[in-house]
Write a protein that binds this ligand. Structure first.
Ligand code: ATP
Length: 383
């Protein structure tokens, strides 16, 4: 048996965005896109590097698809430039761009076989028959559909249809493959499997992927970096870990994952240690990411899974912020339980891994509890 592919192993050392000498493959340079009175993208600049698996994430209508369509050539910027390998793409028609887009709907031709669907683009380019045959065969093997070349789309499962669409996009050997919700039609289990297949395929072929998704778990799993968008603007760009562990705004902190967020005012700042007066009392953030001044309005945030639940009679870890409240709700998710705790008029969340198999929860509705949060877990949000 072949050893399983491990995309993550190659990923560890991959960070061209930190290398000042690295030249980006795709550059959006001050791009604005207006549709009549509506501005879908506002003065947005970002760079994507070769071999990245880049995810665009944000709520519906924030401009993700518009950004992709400008790279594919289906829309042109109202202002600014889109560059590929240093070349301004203005005026280059879609079919002459080394970019391919796989759509949400897959848009397979229903009356054509898998093989003809995949061959279609190459046939349109007027490629010789032998070359088409060889490239289609290769694409089918890549997506592990070699046995199904003669089937029609309606004779395939949703996951198989998705792979045909992928093969059809890959067969043209684009420099950049744009994927708009590529796994949207798949059930959760197949979706997770396909995510890893897609990552392995992208690694193996050395391609650059830009993916649009609504699903943040999907972006976290697959992406080298994520761009979080907010109403046509870039809210934050970074590795999944940076976006999750070090969000820079309330919007990003709240959009990605679950978070507890308490508003307050800065009462003291000493180096990167910042004290904040909040409705829950004084909190000291160990490491603020940007300078603040006394009196400034800020928020203190922390992730539910970085919260310890301390039962009556137990003592919390030394140095932690201790918050006393009452259990309002418990959600048992199998692998995790989430506890909603009412404290000082706020409802906070704590998430605990159910690492030990047991019949009953450690606490119950209405129980008094304390939450312990280590100062290192606290995030200071200025914007
Ligand atoms: P979704 O996740 O729902 O696909 P999105 O983030 O991809 O959303 P876009 O499709 O880029 O968002 O749309 C951004 C904004 O631009 C929306 O308000 C949308 O209504 C508008 N828009 C997009 N295309 C057009 C168009 N051709 N004409 C007019 N308005 C458009």
């Amino acid at each position: 048996m072949e050893p399983p592919e491990r995309p993550a192993a190659h990923r560890a050392a991959f960070a061209p965005w930190d290398d000042p000498a690295a030249r980006p493959l795709v550059v959006y340079d001050g791009v604005t896109k207006r549709f009549g009175a509506e501005t879908a993208v506002v003065d947005l600049s970002l760079a994507v590097y070769e071999r990245e698996f880049f995810a665009l994430l944000g709520p519906s209508g924030c401009g993700k698809s518009t950004l992709m369509r400008m790279l594919a050539g289906f829309e042109s910027p109202s202002e600014g430039r889109v560059l590929l390998a240093g070349e301004d793409l203005a005026g280059v028609p879609p079919h002459l761009r080394p970019v391919n887009m796989m759509f949400q709907s897959y848009a397979l031709f229903p009356h054509m076989s898998v093989e003809t669907n995949i061959a279609f683009g190459l046939a349109m380019e007027g490629r010789p028959r032998d070359e088409i045959g060889a490239r289609v065969g290769e694409a089918l093997r890549m997506v592990k559909l070699d046995g199904l070349a003669g089937r029609k789309p309606h004779q395939l499962s949703g996951g198989q249809r998705q792979r045909v669409a992928l093969a059809r996009a890959l067969v043209k050997r684009p420099k950049v493959l744009l994927l708009d919700e590529p796994l949207g039609a798949l059930d959760r289990k197949l979706r997770e499997e396909t995510q890893f297949e897609l990552m392995a395929l992208q690694e193996r072929l050395g391609l650059t992927f830009i993916i649009v998704t609504h699903d943040q778990d999907e972006a976290m799993t697959m992406a080298t970096r994520i761009a979080v968008m907010d109403k046509g603007r870039l809210a934050q760009i970074g590795t999944p870990r940076a976006i999750y562990e070090a969000p820079t705004t309330r919007y990003v902190a709240d959009f990605i994952g679950d978070i507890n967020l308490v508003e307050g005012k800065v009462t003291g700042a000493e180096g990167s240690r910042v004290s904040v007066m909040t409705a829950l009392g004084d909190m000291v953030v160990a490491e603020a990411s940007e300078p603040v001044s006394v009196g400034q309005a800020v928020a203190v945030a922390w992730r539910p899974e970085k919260t310890r639940l301390v039962r009556a009679g137990e003592t919390g870890p030394a140095g932690s912020v201790m918050l006393t409240g009452t259990i309002a709700d418990i959600g048992y998710l199998g692998d995790w339980s989430t506890y909603h705790v009412d404290i000082g008029g706020l409802r906070l969340k704590a998430a605990l891994a159910n690492a030990v198999r047991r019949a009953e929860d450690a606490v119950d509705w209405g129980d008094p509890v304390r939450l312990a949060v280590a100062p290192e877990a606290l995030i200071l949000l200025v914007r």
